[in-house]
Design a protein around this ligand. Structure first.
Ligand SMILES: Nc1nc2c(ncn2[C@@H]2O[C@H](COP(=O)(O)OP(=O)(O)OP(=O)(O)O)[C@@H](O)[C@H]2O)c(=O)[nH]1
Ligand SMILES: [Mg+2]
Length: 414
C-alpha cells in the first residue's frame, strides 16, 4: 500500500513538472510579440520624421539647418481638377466672356468673376478676354487668371480706338464737359468715361483677341449673379436664333443723349436696307419713331453675337453716330447705342430676356418673379429687390411688345 502511494506521488510530481515546462515554453510567444511591436513603433517614429526621441539626431533644426515652417496652405488637399465631375459634358460654343477694366478694378472684377464661375462657368470653362487702354499689371493678370476656369487673354486697346477722332472739335467737347459738370450729370465731366462708351459701342468686338469668337458675355466689376445657370447660355442663343439679350432695362438719362435719336433717324433714312422688317420700334418709341422714349437694355450685362456687331449694318450704324460726334459733344452711352441697334436692325425674335439670370449691378436687381424659379435655381436674391415691374423699368413694355405673358405675381411687385 505504501509502495502504491509513493508510486502515485511520483506520477503527480511528474505531471506538475510537465505542466511547468509547458507553461515556460509557451510564455516566450507574447514576449516575442512585444518585441516586434516596439520595432514597429521605432520604425514609424523614423517615418513620421522625429516625434520619437531616438530620431532627434536627424532633426534639421537640431542640426542647426534652416527649417521651412509648415504652412496652413499645405493642409488643403488638392484633388485632381474636375474630380468632382462638375464640368458639363458636350461640345462648347465659340464664345468668351469679355471685360473692359483698369488695373485698379482688379478686386471688383475678382468678385464678379467668382460669381460667374460659381454660378455658371465652373461647369463650362469658357475663356475670358480682358481689355484695357493701358497694359495690365502683374497683379491683375495673376488674380484674374487664378479665378477663371477657362483660358484668360489680355489685350491692349489701340490708341486710335481710345482717343478723340480727327473730326471732333476738342474745345467744343471741353465746354460740354464743363456744362455737364455744373449740371451735376453723372460722369458728365469725364473724358475717359466717354472713350469707354465709344469703345464699347463700336470697337470691343473688333479687337484682335475678339476676332476668334462668335459669342460674347460682357461682365463688369462688382456685379452679382443670384441663381444657378446649369445650361449653356451661348448654345441657347444659337439654338433659338438669338443675337442680343438683356436682364434689366430702364429709361436713359435724357440729358446725356439729347440728339441721339435725330442721328438715328438720319441713319434710318440713309440706310433703310439695314432696318429689320419685324423690328422693335414699339419698344423704343411711343409715336412710331418720331421720338425716342429712352427705353434701353442695360448693357453692363450682355450676351450677344459678335458677328452681328461686326456686320456691315452695325458698322454703318456706328460710323454714322460716331461722325455726328455725340459721344463727345453729349455723353452717349453704349447702352442706348446697342439697344437702338438691336431694336431696329434685329427682328423681335432675335432678342432675348434672360429671366433665369438673376443679376445685380448697382443700383438695380433682376430677381425672377416666380418663387418656383427661384427655388429650382437656388437663387439668393430678395424678390422685393426685383426691378422688372417698377415704373422706371422698360421690361413690362418689352413683354407687351412681344406678346409675352407676365409671370404670376408680377402685379404685386409693381
Ligand atoms: N480700361 C478702362 N476701363 C474702364 C475705364 N472706365 C471704365 N472702364 C470699364 O468700363 C466698364 C464700364 O465702366 P463703369 O465705371 O462700370 O461704368 P458704369 O457701369 O456706367 O458706372 P458704375 O458701374 O456705376 O460706376 C467697366 O467694366 C469698367 O471697368 C477706363 O478709363 N479704362
Ligand atoms: Mg459698371
Amino acid at each position: 500500500m505504501a509502495g502504491t502511494q509513493r508510486y502515485l506521488r511520483y506520477i503527480v510530481f511528474a505531471f506538475v513538472a510537465l505542466l511547468l515546462v509547458f507553461f515556460f515554453s509557451s510564455s516566450t510567444v507574447p514576449s516575442s510579440r512585444l518585441q516586434s511591436a516596439s520595432d514597429i513603433i521605432k520604425e514609424q517614429g523614423s517615418r513620421w520624421g522625429g516625434s520619437s526621441g531616438t530620431v532627434g539626431a536627424k532633426d534639421p533644426a537640431a542640426a542647426g539647418q534652416d527649417v521651412k515652417k509648415p504652412s496652413v496652405d499645405d493642409t488643403t488637399p488638392s484633388p485632381p481638377k474636375n474630380q468632382l465631375g462638375m464640368t458639363a459634358p458636350g461640345p462648347r460654343m465659340n464664345a468668351t466672356f469679355v471685360t473692359l477694366a483698369r488695373n485698379s478694378d482688379v478686386w471688383d472684377i475678382a468678385r464678379s468673376i467668382r460669381q460667374v464661375e460659381d454660378r455658371f462657368n465652373r461647369k463650362f470653362n469658357y475663356d475670358w478676354v480682358f481689355l484695357n487702354d493701358n497694359d495690365f499689371d502683374e497683379t491683375f493678370i495673376k488674380v484674374t487668371t487664378s479665378l477663371v476656369s477657362g483660358k484668360t487673354k489680355y489685350g491692349k486697346i489701340p490708341t486710335d480706338h481710345w482717343s478723340f477722332p480727327s473730326w471732333i472739335d476738342t474745345d467744343k467737347a471741353a465746354r460740354v464737359r464743363e456744362e455737364m459738370k455744373e449740371k451735376q450729370i453723372i460722369y458728365g465731366d469725364s473724358i475717359s468715361y466717354r472713350h469707354m462708351c465709344r469703345y464699347e459701342s463700336g470697337f470691343f468686338f473688333r479687337h484682335p483677341l475678339m476676332l476668334d469668337y462668335e459669342w460674347y458675355w460682357r461682365v463688369e466689376p462688382s456685379i452679382e449673379l443670384f441663381c444657378d445657370i446649369d445650361y449653356d447660355t451661348f448654345k441657347f442663343m444659337a439654338d433659338h436664333g438669338k443675337k442680343y439679350s438683356f436682364v434689366l432695362s430702364l429709361y436713359e438719362y435724357v440729358e446725356t443723349i439729347p440728339t441721339l435719336w435725330d442721328s438715328v433717324k438720319t441713319f434710318m433714312t440713309k440706310h433703310p436696307e439695314h432696318i429689320a422688317q419685324d423690328n422693335s420700334m414699339a419698344f423704343l418709341s411711343d409715336d412710331d419713331g418720331k421720338t425716342y422714349n429712352h427705353c434701353h437694355f442695360w448693357s453692363n450685362f450682355e450676351i450677344g453675337n459678335l458677328n452681328w456687331l461686326r456686320s456691315q449694318a452695325y458698322i454703318d450704324y456706328f460710323n454714322h453716330l460716331d461722325q455726328d460726334g455725340g459721344f463727345f459733344y453729349e455723353r452717349w452711352g453704349d447702352a442706348p447705342v446697342h439697344s437702338i441697334a438691336a431694336g431696329l436692325m434685329l427682328n423681335k425674335d432675335e432678342l432675348h430676356f434672360f429671366n433665369d439670370i438673376a443679376y445685380y449691378h448697382v443700383p438695380f436687381t433682376h430677381c425672377p418673379t416666380s418663387e418656383k424659379t427661384r427655388t429650382d435655381l437656388k437663387c439668393h436674391c430678395n424678390p422685393k429687390d426685383n426691378f422688372d415691374w417698377n415704373g422706371y423699368s422698360c421690361t413690362s413694355r418689352f413683354f407687351e411688345v412681344n406678346n409675352m405673358q407676365k409671370p404670376e405675381g408680377y402685379d404685386k411687385q409693381q
